[in-house]
Ligand binder design. Structure first.
Ligand SMILES: *Cc1c(COP(=O)(O)O)cnc(C)c1O
Length: 388
């Protein structure tokens, strides 16, 4: 085993693919402290600045006083508190659905939804760039696993037509997590309906930020809830807390409570975390200016990047990747940015396809315009130097 481990690690390092964890000494925010250094953070999914918002922290404290920390058991035993129940009702109301169910993480939600819904004799159809948790859910389900070219509805349609599976499940990210582009949801809705397939949307990066009320990608596209019967989103990104949920019909939720193993066989998230999310959900409604400010920041970033002719990917969301290609070069850029005070992660294979390493820049309502202008100026300067 010793030589197996060390050769795997050596190979990763030699290919510039070794991951290291950064140790953060401050709350998450647009300024983070690493040891003695303070960096401007362009790598967090805390798009609205809710993660350390006083209202979220206060709600967590109050719930801690009332419930303590640990939930003590799984939801089906004694772990399901009044806070969890209220959060699920509020999420259902906010997304315009009959019911919602919270999972401890988005990864578990995706695994738990897909494996409960399809299996042997069924087929699952996934965009090639779907999040790892969706792909793993499809693979673990035992259903025939089919991937289609990124956002290619014709390819999907052909694959669906050719399938003899008992049940067909189409699964997509709404906002692709490493690219920032949107799935063609209206088309996917139409094709799924025509082909008698079920449609599941993972709105991890849309929920809270897209749409007039922040209700996510379906609101952005004006799609009614019944057209996407399985809506999943996470709470650790724009909501700034932790966990995930699925929303849909009462029967879908009741079915998952009965049959979703990653829901059933795990400890419930702390009630205080559910309380934090409830506060964050209220903020979505009371501080809608945060969404507006984020939109302005995205426009500013794109305009500055365009002025410097940076190689941006086609995205209008808070995820603004800068395509680099080579993993070593992406890593070098990330390090050079850090030396200049900016935290921007290099995203490398296998998280993204070979030769598409990138800097994944994420914007937050909590950034200042100045942070954004400075980042682009420094990036442009570093890229010019790199060319020489
Ligand atoms: C982050 C993410 C997840 C996983 O959610 P966690 O709560 O972090 O486990 C699932 N899907 C997508 C698209 C994501 O970006």
């Amino acid at each position: 085993m010793k030589s197996f481990l060390s050769s795997a690690l050596t190979e990763r390092r030699q290919n510039d693919l070794l991951r290291v964890r950064r140790i953060i000494d401050s709350p998450t925010g647009v300024k983070v402290r690493l040891g003695a250094r303070e960096l401007v953070n362009f790598s967090s999914n805390d798009y609205l600045g809710h993660s350390n918002h006083p209202a979220v922290v206060a709600a967590t404290r109050a719930a801690l006083d009332k419930y303590g920390l640990g939930s003590g058991a799984s939801h089906l035993i004694t772990g399901h508190s009044r806070e969890h129940e209220a959060l699920e009702e509020e999420l259902a109301a906010f997304t315009g659905r009959e019911a919602a169910l919270c999972f401890s993480t988005g990864f578990m939600a995706n695994l738990g939804i897909i494996t409960a819904l399809v299996g042997d004799g069924d087929a699952v159809f996934e965009d090639k760039l779907n999040h790892a948790s969706l792909l793993d859910g499809g693979l673990a389900s035992g259903a025939h696993f089919v991937r289609y070219r990124h956002k290619n509805c014709d390819a999907l349609n052909d694959k669906l037509s050719g399938s003899l599976a008992a049940h067909k499940l189409v699964v997509t990210d709404a906002v692709f997590s490493m690219d920032g582009d949107l799935a063609p949801l209206p088309e996917l809705v139409r094709i799924s309906a025509e082909q008698n397939a079920w449609l599941m949307v993972d709105d991890a990066h849309g929920f809270g930020v897209l749409g007039e009320r922040g209700a996510g990608a379906l609101e952005h596209f004006g799609l009614p809830a019944e057209q996407v019967p399985i809506y999943m989103a996470t709470l650790g990104k724009a909501l700034g807390t932790f966990g995930a949920f699925v929303a849909g019909s009462r029967d879908l939720i009741e079915y998952l409570i009965q049959f979703s193993r990653p829901y059933i066989y795990t400890t419930a998230m702390p009630a205080a975390v559910a309380a934090a999310t409830r506060a964050s959900l209220t903020l979505l409604q009371s501080e809608s200016w945060r969404r507006e400010r984020l939109r302005q920041h995205i426009a500013l970033f794109k305009a500055c990047a365009r002025a410097h002719e940076l190689n941006l990917m086609p995205s209008d969301t808070a995820i603004q990747p800068l395509l680099v290609g080579d993993a070593g070069q992406a890593l070098a850029l990330s390090r050079a940015l850090e030396a200049r005070g900016f935290l921007v992660s290099a995203i490398r294979p296998p998280t993204v396809p070979p030769n598409t390493a990138r800097l994944r820049i994420t914007l937050s309502a909590a950034h200042d315009e100045r942070d954004i202008r400075e980042l682009v100026d420094v990036l442009a300067e570093l890229l010019t130097k790199q060319d020489m």
